[in-house]
Design a protein around this ligand. Sequence first.
Ligand code: SOE
Length: 367
Amino acid sequence: MSNKAVSKKKDLNVGIVGYGFMGRTHSNAYLQAPRFFDVAYRPVLKSAETDWRALVARKDIDLIDIASPNDTHAEIAIAAAKAGKMVLCEKPLGRTAEEAKAMVDAVEKANVPNMVWYNYRRVPAVVLLKKLLDEDRFGRIFHYRSQFLQDWTISQDLPQGGEGLWRLDSAVAGSGVTGDLLAHNIDMALWLNGPITEISAMTETFVKQRKHNLTGKVEPVKIDDASAFLCRFQNGSLALFEATRHARGHKALFTLEINGERASAAWDLHDLHRLNYFDHCDEGQLRGWKSVHITDGDHPYMKNWWVPGLQIGYEHTFIHQIADFLVALDGNRTAAPTFRDGLATDYVTDAVLKSAKTKKWEAVPAA
Ligand code: SOE
């Protein structure tokens, strides 16, 4: 891109709340997006404030990006929308659908652009899968299955609460793997395969008490360490979902598979640049699973990166998401997932947690 094109970009003043793991992924994305994508805006990361209220009150901030723990999302998002700011928020949108609904109402009433950071939608291989589904190459869909496996909380000595470990504190996180990991699987599934109608779930807390970092006391653990559910989609397909932080040996194994009448596809995060595809329309004696390396210039997003064959990674999913947001903003359009899309996921996670308690099938409301 020429220097002239770069200098023509309009400044978009961004205030990020939160400077942990997610604050780093977002700030990197704002800086990289205009370098690699033809976007009309140049995000400017404004100077640091220690109080989010002061940030929201600043006249020179166009966009508030919430990358702080889950218990802060609703209050900040609602205040930012009221102040007329664009609002971006880390997943899950709310700790509950009730919280998320209030956030949707606030951004829709204020009519401000909004988006939730479900970053895995922007993996090029997954975007290609979405395109293949939209082209109706799969025919009728029979099955969807998806997992998110980790192993970092197996030790009973790991405390709960405080910086880095708030994900284990239910008051802050809302839930355990259901809101933290399954939410990714669910957002992706709703996007690829449509609405989920009913759910039967089970959850388990393997470590029942942990020392709390903020109180220094051993306290009950109220988050779910593992969560699994069966469900039906509106399109008639059946599905299986599982997330856990107790799958020894797995660090961040997000998988998905979809089986249709004419084709199947599978993808996983540890091999994120490959899409495995089976096409039943292929010639019989050569029919089989193909592992397609998604690094060519005609693959989604890839012409903006290196040369064919060279891979990109995790951080690029955030760069793609903000690039899409900036392109949409310039065209007066919305970039998905919006807060309303985030609410749809929260309705599903609420139903999962409810079904695990009632031990009954639970219906999922439409967002
Ligand atoms: C949890 O370990 C975590 O960091 C999630 O919070 C993220 O959303 C996921 O992408 C990776 O795992």
